[in-house]
Write a new protein. Sequence first.
Length: 142
Amino acid sequence: MKDNFTVRVQTRGYELDQQGHLNQAVYMQYAEHARWEFLHAAGLTPDVLRAAGIGPVLLKATIRFQRELRAGDEVDVGCAISGGQGKLMELTQPFHTPDGVPVARFEGVIGVLDLATRHLLSDPRAILHKLAPRPDVLGLDL
């Protein structure tokens, strides 16, 4: 599993809940942002994916919260394809402070959707690897 892809995000005041820490739903938004940046770094932009008639889909998501974030805090959100088989891939997204303190951990199951048939494609790793101009970013073991 390749786990060295990260995106730094600075929390904003309007993202806080009544306790003064980052609202739990915003973690999902940060994870989504990091996933798209991960794909973009591999050359899989939305335009490239649409032209191929495919799109990534999130099928399951869990987050384990470990430490609160407050307004102005920075967080590094990682992204790595970590397992799965067949039509499904497991995704791991650790959240850490810039100095490495764990903040949260997102784990998900993703697939690749055929946009015409609306069905998951078999062997999404091979599809993404073949389509990506920079497949090494994805860290896929084929």
